[in-house]
Design a protein around this ligand. Structure first.
Ligand SMILES: Nc1ncnc2c1ncn2[C@@H]1O[C@H](COP(=O)(O)OP(=O)(O)O)[C@@H](O)[C@H]1O
Ligand SMILES: [Mg+2]
Length: 360
């Protein structure tokens, strides 16, 4: 090898000077440099492992790598950067046999703000990037998931090998184009009133988590019912969640709703990933939830416009159409998905204490 060539360790050393634009730490420290190869003419090929397939604008990493290598290693030939991804998580569902890397609850301080819509969009959105996703409807009295995804099937019971080799019976989730769904709506006829009382409610949620054959998931999204936090408490007793996403509308009173939701999650010890503003636009104004997030030191995860297409698609069981190309809300919805995924990636690097919640 001539003096004018570069080697792998020089490249890796230089990559310590490249900060990840989303997380603000260097690529080596973040274990994002999966492979470095030096080809003929000192061509440099680098594979970067992203913490989520929903990583926004990865070309910023490419530009930062090129800039640093050009400055630090003039002998390097052309630089090519490729990307792979691997979702990491707390994987705390192990105790109940749930193999979901990240469990995300969607909640709010009041009803009708678009929790179910946001939960469904998050699920189809993260799936559209390539992640393995499940969507669990924890609204036992008023399930929305079958309606939003346009499916109405009865789940099958399957027999699987349990941890000790014994045969266990599991409910097979409904598969909606690769997205795995579970909802009370699949288990009862739409017109049946659901009569489930406290202890049975707890048991039903546990069954949904534990006795559904979810398989391995990168993200399990849980649509919470409106209310006091009983279900959130049940969840937090069963597993460690990646966190909660709070949905708020943009009115001036958004701060009150946000605080109510923040207090609820704090009480049940579920970390808060951040706040989404839904239905922003003329009728409700704009920016109330963003301001609430700023005032409470909680990450703001994006705004979703008040857009008739979202309601129409949801009502038609076509919520996927809201994120399809050409949909006016697509960029907002995908941005929100990216922000949630990145907030999870960031929170995994933090210490287990919850700095944002101490500010309440
Ligand atoms: N961004 C939006 N633009 C227009 N309509 C929306 C939007 N978000 C939600 N909706 C509509 O608002 C209603 C309530 O939403 P939903 O997701 O069921 O709320 P929640 O689960 O909080 O009760 C639904 O009819 C839904 O289609
Ligand atoms: Mg709902």
């Amino acid at each position: 090898m001539s003096d004018a060539s570069v080697n792998e360790s020089q490249v890796r050393e230089s990559l310590r000077d490249v900060n990840d634009p989303e997380i603000g730490r260097n690529l080596v420290e973040l274990s994002m440099v999966r492979e470095v190869r030096i080809g003929s003419d000192s061509a440099v090929r680098i594979d970067i492992e992203l913490p989520t397939p929903a990583y926004p604008r990865r070309e910023r990493i490419t530009a930062a790598i090129e800039a640093v290598l050009n400055a630090r290693l003039p002998a390097a030939g052309p630089v090519g950067v490729t990307y792979s991804w691997k979702v990491k998580g707390k994987e705390t569902g192990g105790a109940i046999g749930l193999r979901a890397k990240n469990v995300i609850a969607i909640g709010s301080g009041k009803g009708g703000v678009g929790k179910s819509t946001v939960a469904a969009v998050l699920a189809v959105g993260l799936q559209s990037y390539g992640a393995k996703v499940g969507l669990m409807d924890a609204d036992i009295y008023g399930p929305s998931v079958p309606h939003l995804l346009g499916v109405n099937q009865r789940p099958e019971i399957v027999e699987q090998a349990g941890p000790d080799g014994q045969v266990v019976r599991r409910i097979s989730p409904i598969d909606a184009d690769g997205l795995k769904l579970m909802s009370m709506g699949f288990l009862i006829a739409a017109e049946d009133p659901v009569i489930v009382r406290g202890p049975i409610l707890h048991r039903t949620i546990q069954q949904f988590l534990q006795e559904t054959a979810w398989g391995e998931l990168d993200y399990l999204i849980i649509d919470l019912p409106p209310g006091t936090g009983d279900i959130a408490l049940t969840l937090s007793q069963l597993l460690g969640l990646a966190g909660a996403v709070i949905v708020c509308t943009p009115q001036k009173l958004a701060l009150l709703d946000a605080v109510k939701a923040l207090n609820m999650f704090r009480k049940v010890k579920i970390p808060v990933l951040g706040i989404v503003e839904n239905m922003s636009g003329d009728a409700f104004g704009r920016g109330g939830a963003r301001q609430a997030a700023a005032e409470r030191g909680v990450p703001f995860l994006g705004e979703i416009p008040m857009e008739p297409g979202i309601r129409i698609n949801g009502d038609a069981g076509q919520i996927r159409a809201a994120i399809a190309e050409g949909s006016p809300s697509r960029s907002y919805l995908l941005h929100m998905c990216e922000q949630v995924a990145m907030q999870i990636a960031r929170s995994l690097l933090e210490t287990p204490s919850m700095p944002t919640l101490e500010m309440l």
